[in-house]
Design a binder for this molecule. Structure first.
Ligand code: SF4
Ligand code: MG
Length: 315
């Protein structure tokens, strides 16, 4: 609810902030139990910061985060909550300690939360390796002995070790070969069903979240500009930014491809320290009118849970 995460980027002589990077600037959305909510947008739009703030790796600047209907105390989220919410990172190699064996990597969360010891601990690690499709015989190998896809499986197993119910997947397939991406997505889908998991799935393009998401939220410069059921968003995108993102996806059918209009986004993403007044997309929007620089559009429901923030769409 009204979540904000600002980072101080400049301070005066006394260390007081004089400029803020408004990475996440007043966003509200919900994720339903058992669903996958895709979160997309160009790099730097605040997707990862949103994920990290929800999971309390960052302390929110303002706003509330509720989990199972209860407000999380941002000063002390509590150990149970840390168990319930886990994260899978973009670069599996950077997130795995190179000096630890796979057994140690998977055993660490079990130790921290006091979940298993001795033979039971080993059993659980073997079970986790099987769960993500890795040979349990690899238990004493080191991260560098695995391929990128296998390393991401280790990252997934580590997140699952504490039996969470909600997982933030922060671009879990972006760093992988295209041939491996589908395997990892399939694994995540299988695990979701088997363990009744809820996902926030962060990606920078709409093609990646299409299959896995029930609903998709689109972010631009720290704001959510559109949210809709996945099939609805791909068929009837309403926000000019979503339309531009979608038009960049390659369509396999050459006949459709030939007739299709490509919307090229011109100009760079504006500086998030000094975002444009009114609608933040107006400097790149081909539909911009006078109101767009004067008033900030808010998310409005167009019906059946399709929300978008645009003055022109709502006229
Ligand atoms: Fe474009 Fe205006 Fe809509 Fe923003 S509010 S997306 S500038 S038309
Ligand atoms: Mg990111």
């Amino acid at each position: 609810h009204n979540l904000k995460k600002y980072f101080a980027v400049d301070t005066d002589f006394w260390g007081r902030p004089t400029a803020w990077l408004k990475a996440v600037d007043d966003i509200s959305f919900g994720i339903r139990k058992g669903e996958t909510l895709g979160l997309v947008g160009e790099s730097g739009c605040g997707k990862s910061t949103t994920g990290r703030t929800i999971i309390h790796l960052y302390k929110p600047t303002a706003g509330k985060i509720l989990f199972n209907g209860k407000i999380i105390d941002s000063k002390d989220p509590g150990k149970q909550l840390r168990r319930e919410m886990q994260m899978i990172f973009q670069d599996p190699y950077a997130s795995l300690n190179p000096r630890m064996t796979v057994g140690d990597i998977l055993g660490e969360p079990l130790d921290i939360h006091g979940l298993a010891a001795g033979a039971e601990r080993t059993e659980r690690i073997v079970e986790l390796l099987r769960l993500v499709g890795l040979n349990p015989g690899y238990i004493s190998r080191f991260p560098h002995e695995f391929s990128g896809g296998q390393r991401q499986r280790i990252g997934i197993a580590r997140a699952l070790a504490v039996d969470p119910s909600f997982i933030i997947c922060d671009e879990p397939i972006s760093a992988l070969d295209v041939s491996i991406q589908a395997q990892v997505v399939n694994l995540l889908e299988h695990l979701q069903e088997a363990m009744q998991l809820t996902y926030l799935f962060i990606a920078h393009d709409l093609a990646m979240v299409k299959h896995i998401s029930n609903r998709v939220a689109v972010m631009y410069l720290g704001k959510i500009v559109e949210i809709a059921a996945s099939h609805e968003l791909y068929r009837r995108p309403q926000h000019p930014y979503t339309q531009a993102l979608l038009s960049a996806i390659a369509i396999p059918d050459p006949l459709v491809e030939a007739k299709r209009e490509r919307i090229l986004l011109t100009g760079d993403v504006p500086n998030p320290i000094t975002p444009p007044s009114g609608c933040r997309f107006r400097t790149r929007c081909r539909y911009a009118v006078k109101t767009c620089s004067e008033q900030e559009p808010t998310l409005v429901d167009l019906g059946s849970g399709h929300l978008t923030a645009c003055h022109v769409v709502h006229r």
